[in-house]
Design a protein. Structure first.
Length: 411
């Protein structure tokens, strides 16, 4: 028998013991109340009473204890006692046969399989037939009648026992299936949790790359520029007028560091980027002004009224603009760059085009571009990057512009 089925059978035993206790005592008390006084002699009366006592002690010492512990050895020993006591009681007292209701039900309750149940039932019925024949001192011609009556009870017991066992086994199988289902659900929940953790880590890594890493890169470049200008001031002397340029670089460093600090606090608090507090268009214009101030590039920002955008859409467009302008500063070797935000039907489109070196055949897509593509797919849009060597690069991001009522909207 399957280990899980055994455990469910043990659990079935434990749950139903109270009902079996009540039924056992009712049947034993009724049988003893009529069988003992009706015995043909005092010896038979004492023997009948002793049989009931043995049955009760065996039930509590073997059957009940074995059921509660799930110990098949105790329950099978109890069935041996049941067959012997029932055979004796049938011989000793006429009403002892009433206990067959208890005996047959206990056989099917404690049997470990259908085959065992049938075997115990046949053995008990045989004992009852022999004991009845001895008690009434039946003639050979009476044996078929006695055997027929006992066989009828045996057939009924086997039929009922097989049906009850089938129902119990179906319940056990359903219990095993429920256990499997719960285990599968637990494993699935753990898997989803792990996937969620990895997705959140990836999202935070992309946020850090698109915001803090770019900001720190700007701080480093500005600090290097300021250091070079300090060296130039030192070489030229106090009256060369270079201190104002150094002061301007330090102001830019302070501004970029402040923006990065605000982004870091927003990431920790899981809020929208502070740059979007006054809208996407204003954030794009600030990006253009910062890039021009830091690099001297000719930066043009053209924005149209694109209507109400979801927070996810606005953040995706802002991060794409930040990454694209960072790539222009680091790799494009451009003189000018244009940023355009416009609406095209049901889509909102962001375009960043520069006049730099363009895209070469041996250029490999970096983490920033891959991150932009992943953000675009997550937001239901697409990103296209095109370029010609020596003729500049063009990045176009298109996203659905329909607002999502489940997400806080940003004008």
């Amino acid at each position: 028998m399957d280990d899980r089925r055994v455990s469910h059978r043990d659990e079935f035993w434990r749950r139903s013991m109270r009902a079996w206790d009540v039924a056992f005592w009712i049947m034993v008390t009724i049988s003893a109340a009529f069988a003992v006084p009706g015995a043909p002699s005092v010896a038979r009366a004492l023997g009948t009473l002793a049989g009931f006592v043995v049955m009760a002690l065996a039930y509590y010492g073997l059957g009940r204890r074995g059921a509660r512990r799930g110990d098949a050895r105790l329950t099978q020993a109890y069935l041996v006692v049941v067959v012997l006591v029932m055979t004796y009681e049938t011989w000793a007292a006429e009403l002892g046969i009433v206990l067959l209701f208890v005996a047959y039900s206990h056989i099917w309750f404690f049997a470990l399989s259908r085959l065992q149940g049938v075997a115990w039932t046949v053995l008990l019925t045989t004992g009852v037939v022999v004991a009845t024949a001895l008690r009434v001192r039946a003639d050979p011609v009476d044996l078929p009648s006695i055997a027929g009556q006992a066989t009828l009870g045996m057939v009924f017991s086997i039929g009922l026992g097989l049906w009850v066992t089938y129902v119990a086994e179906q319940s056990e199988e359903r219990g095993a299936l429920l256990d499997d289902l719960r285990a599968t659900q637990a494993a699935l929940a753990a898997s989803h949790h792990e996937q969620g953790v990895h997705a959140e880590r990836a999202r935070l890594a992309q946020e850090i790359h698109d915001t803090l890493a770019q900001g720190f890169t700007s701080v480093v470049m500005l600090a290097q520029t300021a250091s070079a200008e300090l060296d130039a001031v030192a070489d030229a002397g106090p009256g060369a007028g270079g201190a104002e340029r150094v002061r301007e670089r330090l102001t830019q460093i302070e501004s970029v560091a402040g923006d990065n600090l605000a982004e870091a606090r927003a990431l920790v608090a899981a809020f929208a980027p502070p740059a979007l507090d006054d809208g996407l268009a204003a954030a794009l214009h600030r990006l253009g002004d910062q890039l021009h101030a830091q690099t001297g590039l000719d930066v043009r920002v053209e924005t149209q009224d694109v209507g109400e955008l979801t927070q996810e859409t606005a953040v995706t467009l802002l991060r794409a603009a930040q990454e694209s302008l960072a790539n222009v500063r680091r790799h494009a070797d451009a003189a000018g760059v244009t940023v355009r935000l416009r609406r095209s039907g049901e889509l909102v489109e962001l375009e960043v085009a520069d006049d730099g070196r363009g895209v070469r055949d041996d250029d490999r897509e970096g983490n920033g571009v891959r991150g932009m593509r992943e953000r675009a797919r997550s937001a239901g849009g697409d990103l296209r990057l095109t370029g010609t060597p020596g003729a500049g690069t063009r990045v176009v991001l298109r996203l659905p512009s329909a607002p999502d009522v489940r997400t806080e909207a940003i004008a």
